[in-house]
Design a protein around this ligand. Structure first.
Ligand SMILES: Nc1ncnc2c1ncn2[C@@H]1O[C@H](COP(=O)(O)OP(=O)(O)OP(=O)(O)O)[C@@H](O)[C@H]1O
Ligand SMILES: [Mg+2]
Length: 247
């Protein structure tokens, strides 16, 4: 279960353990007193502390502009915290550059609302591209591809182009692409934001299946009905402050 350090009012408290602590094998994500203010003065996150254990499935909800995407960006090193400490899989993304940041990102699968597929490439090419870019051999790519496509139920669409797929299918391709490198952590930012309820539930079921085989999954969503159906822990970000929520 994710540990949101909260006081009785539901506000996040600082985790007082210091950064000099040795690696914690149980925990894959630790945020301690994290705030993020963008250059234009937007305060996206305020004093957020959270621990996510390996194997957890966590929903992050909250109104538009509350800081959900910013929270994920800090985890994969797209943005750096203005204050506090972010630790992901025993690394500190904010301190990493170049190859070392790339190595951390290989351990993080990312899924976006708008799929971000390459339109002139087939499903097979879209999914294998990431492995190819990381220097995997053709043999290894061929070994990894079928199970990734099977996981999302798209073996039969392997040679299709994105425009030949429905939105739900395109999102499932993007999930296959995110997991084909077998990362321990999967971050999904509004993965169901463009999908109807049936396709949304299908995507969540795939994420649950991935979680059952040991991948830690963090999903941001506005969709409270999905959260209720899914029965996983939920944290809410409101005006940059994070608290746990019971549904
Ligand atoms: N690159 C940026 N520069 C300046 N301000 C930003 C930037 N990115 C986000 N913000 C601001 O930070 C706040 C949080 O934005 P964020 O994208 O994290 O929200 P969100 O919860 O993901 O919203 P949504 O549900 O609409 O996706 C907002 O006020 C937003 O305007
Ligand atoms: Mg967002």
């Amino acid at each position: 279960m994710p540990q949101v350090l909260t006081d009785s009012s539901g506000n996040a408290q600082r985790d007082r353990r210091s950064s000099s602590q040795p690696p914690n094998q149980d925990s894959i994500i630790q945020l301690k007193g994290v705030s993020k203010t963008y250059r234009n003065g937007s305060q996206a996150l305020i004093d957020v502390s959270l621990e996510v254990k390996r194997g957890d499935f966590l929903f992050v909800t909250g109104p538009s502009g509350s800081g959900k995407s910013t929270f994920l960006k800090l985890l994969y090193g797209e943005e750096c915290a203005s204050e506090g400490e972010v630790r992901v899989d025993n690394d500190f993304p904010a301190t990493l550059r170049g190859d070392r940041l790339s190595l951390l990102r290989r351990r993080i699968g990312i899924v976006f609302q708008d799929y971000k597929l390459i339109s002139r490439r087939t499903v097979t090419e879209n999914v294998s591209f990431v492995l190819w870019a990381q220097g995997y051999t053709r043999k290894e790519i061929n070994r990894r591809l079928p199970p990734a496509l099977k996981m999302v139920g798209l073996q039969h669409k392997a040679e299709c182009f994105p425009e030949e797929l429905s939105g739900g299918e395109q999102q499932r391709v993007s999930i296959a692409r995110a997991i084909v490198g077998t990362p321990p952590l999967l971050l999904a930012d509004e993965p169901t934001g463009n999908l109807d309820p049936d396709n949304s539930w299908q995507v969540i079921k795939i994420l649950k299946k991935l979680n059952q085989i040991g991948i830690t999954v963090i999903v941001t969503t506005h969709d409270e009905s999905l959260i209720r159906l899914s029965n996983h822990p939920v944290v809410q970000i409101k005006n940059g402050r994070l608290s746990s929520v019971n549904y």
